[in-house]
Design a protein around this ligand. Structure first.
Ligand SMILES: [Zn+2]
Length: 277
């Protein structure tokens, strides 16, 4: 199902409810992957990791008439889910209701990944991306649940930095089975430097995290362990409950210790502005 993870193929997109989770976060190039890996290993000894870090989220809701009017309760639930998911990485998310922005704009509401509408909206709405997590919502191009930018792209393109989410994927939205807020967790995972658990399939070193068994392709729905036969190594199980897989929201509940460690490393490598907030 490369259908949803390659930008070019998005031109033929369908409904995510029919085909599965639609995350449009770019696939990092081999050079980008290599550069990040070299940075991780070369400066490891010089980096000291934080024991606790607070990240302030700035919500920007693009609306279209009555569509996209995310409520305070939805924001609070989304923040709670982020706090549960990233507690092991010593992160605490918070936001201020007084900083929440709403803007009604039809073209931005239906923005696509990499579109002019995306850049226009982010240019106007985004707030100092070195210090805050910019969290945009909208209706998006049909079939997409969301996308994120990676930490290594922050310095080169700070305007685009952040996560973009289908409004109905927030807790209480109508994008079942993707309406419990796990798209928010998944995309923030990318924003913090995590790859899909199925990245690279069975070639190479997968998602560059050792304790998420490599698997040949994304898992969808609510797979049982004995149904997820696509782990690359016999005897291992695909990480069917991992936030960075493509299973239903209800099925997502796990980050591994090495994913948590990677998140902390990536913050110290590329998002040190968060430390000063
Ligand atoms: Zn993704």
């Amino acid at each position: 199902m490369a259908f949803f993870i390659n930008d070019k193929e998005f031109e033929n997109q369908g409904e995510f409810t029919k085909y599965g989770r639609g995350c449009a976060t770019k696939i990092p190039t081999p050079i980008e992957i290599l550069r990040v890996d070299e940075e991780i290993s070369s400066n490891k000894s010089r980096r000291s990791l934080f024991s606790q870090l607070s990240i302030e989220v700035r919500f920007h809701h693009v609306t279209y008439g009555a569509k996209g009017l995310i409520t305070k309760s939805q924001r609070k639930k989304q923040i709670d889910l982020l706090n549960q998911a990233f507690a092991g990485a010593n992160l605490k998310f918070k936001y201020s209701e007084s900083k929440v922005q709403f803007i009604d704009n039809q073209s931005w509401y239906f923005m696509g990944h990499g579109s002019a509408a995306e850049r226009e909206a982010k240019t106007l709405l985004g707030t100092d991306s070195k210090r805050y997590l910019n969290f945009y919502t909208g209706g998006l191009v049909s079939g997409l649940l969301g996308w994120a930018t990676f930490p290594f792209d922050l310095s080169g393109d700070p305007i685009l930095d952040g996560v973009v989410m289908l409004d109905e994927s927030l807790p209480g939205g109508d994008a079942a089975p993707y309406n419990l807020g796990m798209t928010g967790v998944h995309e923030v995972g990318h924003w913090l430097g995590l790859y899909h658990t199925f990245q690279g399939g069975c070639d190479g070193i997968g998602d560059h995290v050792h304790d998420t068994p490599a698997h040949s392709a994304a898992n969808y729905g609510k797979p049982q362990l004995d149904q997820a036969h696509n782990a690359c190594i016999v005897g291992e199980n695909a990480p069917i409950n991992n936030y960075m897989n493509y299973v239903d929201d209800e099925w997502m509940n796990e980050l591994t210790p090495e994913q948590e460690a990677r998140v902390k490393e990536q913050i110290m490598m590329y998002r040190t502005g968060l430390l000063n907030t």
